[in-house]
Design a protein around this ligand. Structure first.
Ligand code: RFL
Ligand code: PHB
Length: 391
């Protein structure tokens, strides 16, 4: 087989890039290790910035998002029993975010790929990139008993944190920066009406972080921080609702509608960046190159800016014979990635209980929140990062 751009990973990054390239007449093949059902079963992001939404529209898959996604002009932070609204719209001069699940947008991207006849190969086993350091790279994978080779001009690693792309780069050609947090997020999806119109981020001094989010008016998504040693089996639904309820500010506690969980999972929290995001003719994008703790809702949105830069760079290469975008890709993408890292780290520090933190550290954390609530300048900084810095 031969294609222009070989993409490893059929998550949001890989699908979005292949769809955008297709619309510009550039050929690609997406190799995905899992089945389509498996990819669509992953419950992850819920908050999109407008830059991401614009890419969805440019990729001609934004109709359902525009119809069913909810525009959110603000969210609450609850601390010490009271709630403070972060007025995203007012603080950013009219900006907001869109609440639309990653599952839904991945489904839209798959449908977009189907409609155009895009090549997405599922259950591709043992995918390997080769020859990235010369002019004719290729991919190999197994499908059943068949071993298949795809020659291409470029390889794009969109295969998430545990993917093969980044791991295929020689150790002396890449630097990895990492911070692991001493807790995880236990997430529950339930077919119940959300507790409030907008998201509520909670820091409870005694129990720690909580988050009330949603997917629709009938589907709620909640999180609480939990020890890294816990597993889903440690958390019955009753135990979860009790833990969440304890963190809720008193004035909304009565609005919580509980029900059976339809999904429950624990995600460890990690900050990670690999530099540079390129090795020869292979470029990394999205979670393959960097991840953030989900507290600032930046992960998918950071992936979107990588795809935006790569898409334009590849179009310039194929349509204008101009490689400046490709040459500048890593540097340009990383500049924005690090801002998302800083913000996610800051939000995580602001809102979680750190088991080993001293009294001094806890007082600083309290003061950071008190300062935030009292300072419009501090709220503006939060708001402009949350809605997404310009691409
Ligand atoms: P993905 O989604 O991990 O997709 C990578 C794909 O590559 C496949 N793959 C391989 N394919 C072939 N060969 C291999 N060797 C392969 N290895 C892996 C995988 O099966 C998979 O299909 O990466 P991508 O596309 O870069 O997308 C990134 C986002 O998924 C991620 O950043 C977000 O979900 C992060 N995130 C959030 N981001 C936001 O912007 N806003 C949010 O509100 C938000 N909330 C969240 C989140 C992530 C969470 N978790 C579980 C970590 C909430 C949570 C709880
Ligand atoms: C979610 O709805 O899953 C969600 C929302 C906001 C975050 C993280 C996750 O910061």
């Amino acid at each position: 087989m031969r294609t222009q751009v070989g993409i490893i990973g059929g998550g949001p990054s890989g699908l979005m890039l292949s769809q955008l390239l297709h619309l510009k007449g550039i050929d690609s093949v997406v190799l995905e290790r899992q089945s389509r059902e498996y990819v669509l079963g992953r419950i992850r992001a819920g908050v999109l910035e407008h830059g991401f939404a614009d890419l969805m529209r440019e990729a001609q898959v934004g109709d359902r998002m525009d119809k069913e996604g909810e525009i959110h002009d603000g969210f609450d932070i609850a601390f010490d029993g009271s709630r403070h609204r972060i007025d995203l719209k007012g603080l950013t001069g009219g900006n907001s975010v869109i609440v639309y699940g990653q599952t839904e947008l991945t489904r839209d991207l798959y449908e977009g790929r189907d409609k155009l006849g895009g090549a997405v190969i599922h259950n591709a086993e043992d995918v390997q990139p080769h020859g990235m350091d010369n002019d004719s790279p290729w991919l190999t994978f197994r499908k059943g008993d068949e071993r298949i080779r795809i020659d291409c001009d470029y390889i794009i690693g969109c295969d998430g944190f545990h993917g093969v792309s980044r791991k295929s780069i020689p150790k002396d050609k890449i630097v990895e920066h990492e911070r692991i947090y001493p807790f995880g997020w236990l997430g529950v999806l339930s077919r119940t009406p959300p507790i409030a119109e907008e998201l509520i981020y909670i820091r409870d001094k005694e129990h720690g972080f909580g988050l009330c989010s949603l997917r629709s008016r009938t589907l709620s998504r909640y999180y609480v921080q939990c020890p890294l040693t816990d597993t889903e089996d440690d958390w019955s639904d009753d135990r979860f609702w009790d833990a969440l309820s304890k963190r809720l500010p008193a004035d909304v506690r009565g609005n919580l509608v509980t029900g059976p969980s339809i999904e429950k999972s624990i995600a460890p929290l990690r900050s990670f960046v690999a530099e540079p995001m390129q090795y020869g003719r292979m470029y990394l994008a999205g979670d393959a190159a960097h991840i953030v703790p989900p507290t600032g809702a930046r992960g998918l949105n950071s992936a979107a800016s990588d795809i935006y830069y790569l898409y334009h760079a590849l179009v310039d290469h194929y349509k204008k014979n101009d490689d400046t975008g490709l040459q500048a890709y890593s540097q340009k993408a990383l500049a924005r990635v690090w801002k998302g890292q800083r913000f996610s780290w800051w939000m995580t520090n602001l809102l979680h209980n750190f088991p080993d933190e001293s009294g001094y550290g806890q007082r600083l954390q309290d003061t950071e929140l008190e300062y935030l609530f009292s300072s419009e300048a501090a709220q503006k900084s939060l708001a402009e990062n949350y809605v997404g810095l310009p691409f």
